[in-house]
Design a protein around this ligand. Structure first.
Ligand code: GLN
Length: 286
C-alpha cells in the first residue's frame, strides 16, 4: 500500500490486501482481510460492505496497515485480533498458549458423554484454559482443576476463566505433581503430540508463533501420553475416566498404551473430518 495521497476506499483496501496476503501464502485471504478491516474500522462485515465506497480515515488506515504487515509475516490472525472462539465462548490468546482448535470440542463432547456425573475433573496442560472452562459450564456440578507447566499460560487461563464466569482451580506444575494425593472422576488432556520430525513441516503460523511446549511430543509424538497413562491410575477414582485428544494416526498406539496400563472400556471418537481425535478408557472399579 503506498502512502501517497490516494483515496483508499474500503473496497480498494480490501482488494489490495487479498492480493498481498495471497502472495504471502495466506489461505482464505479475502475472509482474513475482512476480519482485519472490521477490527481496524470497528465495523461489522455488513457495515464493511455498506461502506465500500467510503475512504478509510488516517487512523484506521495506520492501524490496518500494521495488522496486515503482521499477518503478511504469517503471525496467526488470532494473535493479531487477540482472541479465538471455542465452544461458543471467546478466549483471549497470546503467544504463550496454544490457539484453541475446533477439533478439541470432540474431547468435550466425549467427556460429557462418559462422565456426566463427574464431581471432580482434572485438565492437564490447560494452556488457554479452553477445555477446563468449557467443562466448568458443561458439568456445573463438578469441581474443575487445571494444571499447566507454564506460568505465562496460567495467567491467560485465569483471565479466560474470569471473563467466562468459570470457577476453575488453576495450579502450576508438571503433569500430576501439583495434585499429589488427590483423585478425580475424570482426567482430560490435549497434550503436545507432534513428532520432532514433523515440527519443522508445520505451517508458519504454528511453527513460528505457537508455543513449542504445547506442540513437541518428542521423537514419536507420544512422550506426554506415556507419562500420563502410566501415572493416571494413581489419580483416578475407581470407575474414573481418562480421555485424551490425539493427533491423526495415533489412535492405535494410544489404545495400546491404555490397555497395557490396565484401562478398560476403551473408546475412540472421530472428529467432524472423520479422523480419530479422542481416545480414552475407564479405570476399573474396585
Ligand atoms: N488444553 C489446551 C487446548 O486444548 C492446550 C493444549 C496444549 O497446549 N497442548 O487448547
Amino acid at each position: 500500500m503506498s502512502t501517497e495521497a490516494e483515496t483508499w476506499t474500503t473496497l480498494k483496501v480490501l482488494t489490495w490486501t487479498v492480493g498481498y496476503l495471497t502472495e504471502k501464502g495466506v489461505e482464505n485471504a479475502r475472509r482474513e482481510a475482512e476480519w482485519l478491516l472490521c477490527e481496524a474500522t470497528g465495523l461489522d462485515r455488513i457495515g464493511l460492505y455498506l461502506n465500500f465506497d467510503k475512504p478509510l480515515q488516517d487512523g484506521e488506515l495506520a492501524a490496518y496497515r500494521s495488522m496486515v504487515a503482521r499477518r503478511g509475516k504469517r503471525e496467526p490472525l488470532q494473535h493479531i485480533l487477540g482472541n479465538q472462539e471455542f465452544d461458543g465462548r471467546e478466549f483471549v490468546v497470546t503467544k504463550d498458549v496454544l490457539i484453541p482448535r475446533y477439533d478439541t470440542e470432540t474431547l468435550l463432547e466425549e467427556a460429557v458423554r462418559q462422565a456426566p456425573q463427574a464431581r471432580t475433573v482434572l485438565d492437564i496442560g490447560t494452556g488457554s484454559g479452553c477445555i477446563a472452562i468449557s467443562l466448568a459450564h458443561r458439568l456445573p456440578q463438578a469441581q474443575i482443576t487445571a494444571v499447566d507447566l507454564s506460568s505465562d499460560a496460567l495467567a491467560i487461563a485465569r483471565l479466560n476463566a474470569e471473563r467466562n464466569n468459570a470457577a476453575v482451580e488453576f495450579l502450576l506444575g508438571s503433569f500430576f505433581q501439583p495434585v499429589t494425593g488427590r483423585r478425580f472422576d475424570l482426567i482430560v488432556s490435549n497434550p503436545p503430540y507432534i513428532t520432532r520430525a514433523d515440527l519443522d513441516t508445520l505451517q508458519p503460523e504454528v511453527r513460528d508463533f505457537e508455543p513449542r511446549l504445547a506442540l513437541d511430543g518428542g521423537v514419536d509424538g507420544l512422550d506426554a501420553y506415556r507419562a500420563l497413562v502410566s501415572e493416571a491410575p494413581g489419580y483416578l477414582e475407581p470407575g474414573g475416566w481418562l480421555l485424551f485428544e490425539i493427533g491423526a494416526g495415533q489412535d492405535k498406539d494410544l489404545a495400546g498404551l491404555l490397555a497395557d496400563a490396565g484401562f478398560g472400556a476403551i473408546v475412540t471418537v472421530p472428529d467432524s473430518a472423520g479422523i480419530i481425535r479422542v481416545v480414552g478408557g475407564q479405570w476399573h472399579a474396585v
